[in-house]
Design a protein. Structure first.
Length: 370
């Protein structure tokens, strides 16, 4: 991917047109002779100048690569990564865009696996939409990336390659001497009417407390008429529901406990489901003006975070959503349970509905190592 950025910056339009099919497209003969980009990247990363170039890319973005296109080591490395060097070892097949990746199609030798960016590039290139993005970038330049900003996978690959955050530390697991503890955040999404059913499922394997935003409380109140049986089970389980009022009611003077700090210390997992567009934007930008966002801002980053977005289709496909999710992945190493396509409450049909409650609960279990 970095090679595509750098090489495109060093080409004029005539060279781009001449090499239209060189990147991420293979006819039958080319496919037989192509090699894994991870092997090439591993070789390139051994050169100090190449590493300097990648650091500049991480800090400044694609424009920084212009300073390195005339450096022989960097130019050679970019050619190798693009598969244009005669020094590449043939024999590994890279699938065409749109084709499924089969075992053995991309090989990751030990030297490549040791480098995080090589791993990220290898993972990204296995996704058809990422390969499509790189092809568009090669043909049209940086402006083409805007079309893919709304795709979470593309945005995530770009953000990770640029180094939005350092590699996350290992997540802390709950002690074996007690039940796991889940803090379930709910926001102003219609999908909050499904929270009682989700909370009861979580209660089967963990202690659960709910933190609701002001708008989240509104929709939670509608859950009784949406699914009376689930709401009845929720009430019977006596799961505590907290809101902004509880934060202020429990603090009167310096030295009193601070609820969002206590919740951070109590919980093993922060699960926000549903995560609406407004709260997503606040968390991605570090804003903290209610109990849920304050708890997230104070969160211990060695504890897992899982989010399940739910919003209107147009909101989900908006480029800002991908940027915000990339920020959550980068800062919190958050696991994202993607929304599904269906007829939404607003009448639109498309992606944006909360994932199945069973899938959200399964993601919580996995994050806790259960």
């Amino acid at each position: 991917m970095l090679a595509a950025f750098g090489r495109s910056l060093s080409m004029d339009r005539g060279e781009e047109e001449q090499e239209t099919n060189n990147l991420l497209h293979f006819d039958d003969d080319e496919q037989k002779e192509s090699t894994t980009l991870t092997e090439a990247a591993a070789v390139a990363m051994k050169d100090a100048k190449v590493r300097e170039m990648l650091a500049a890319f991480r800090n400044e973005g694609p424009q920084a690569l212009q300073r390195y296109v005339d450096d022989p080591a960097c130019s050679d490395a970019l050619d190798v990564l693009r598969g244009q060097s005669s020094g590449i070892v043939p024999g590994v097949v890279v699938p065409r865009p749109g084709e499924p990746v089969v075992e053995g199609s991309i090989v990751e030798p030990a030297a490549a696996v040791d480098d995080p960016r090589t791993r990220i590039a290898a993972e990204g290139l296995q996704k058809p939409q990422v390969r499509e993005m790189l092809e568009a970038f090669r043909r049209e330049g940086p402006a083409a990336l805007q079309r893919f900003a709304g795709d979470p996978e593309c945005a995530s690959v770009v953000a990770r390659l640029r180094g939005v955050a350092p590699p996350p530390p290992p997540k802390r697991t709950p002690p074996a001497t007690r039940r796991p503890r889940i803090l379930l955040g709910v926001t102003g999404s219609v999908a909050t009417v499904k929270v009682p059913k989700l909370a009861v499922q979580l209660k089967a394997f963990a202690d659960v407390r709910v933190v609701a935003t002001e708008r989240g409380r509104f929709f939670l109140g509608k859950a009784r008429t949406y699914d009376g049986a689930a709401y009845g089970a929720f009430e019977q389980a006596q799961i505590e529901v907290l809101s902004d009022d509880d934060e202020w009611a429990r603090w009167n003077a310096v030295g009193d406990p601070v609820l969002h700090v206590d919740l951070r210390e109590w919980a093993d997992l922060l699960l926000i489901a549903p995560l609406g567009a407004n709260t997503l934007a606040k968390l991605a930008n570090g804003l903290c003006d209610d109990l849920l966002s304050c708890t997230a801002r104070a969160w211990d980053l060695d504890k897992p975070v899982v989010v399940a977005p739910a919003m209107n289709t147009a909101m989900w496909s908006h480029p800002m959503t991908a940027h915000h999710l990339a920020a959550l992945r980068g800062v919190y190493d958050a696991a994202v349970v993607a929304p599904v396509a269906k007829a939404l409450a607003c009448g639109d049909v498309g992606i944006g509905a909360l994932a199945d409650v069973d899938d959200v609960a399964a993601a919580a279990r996995a994050a806790l190592g259960l």
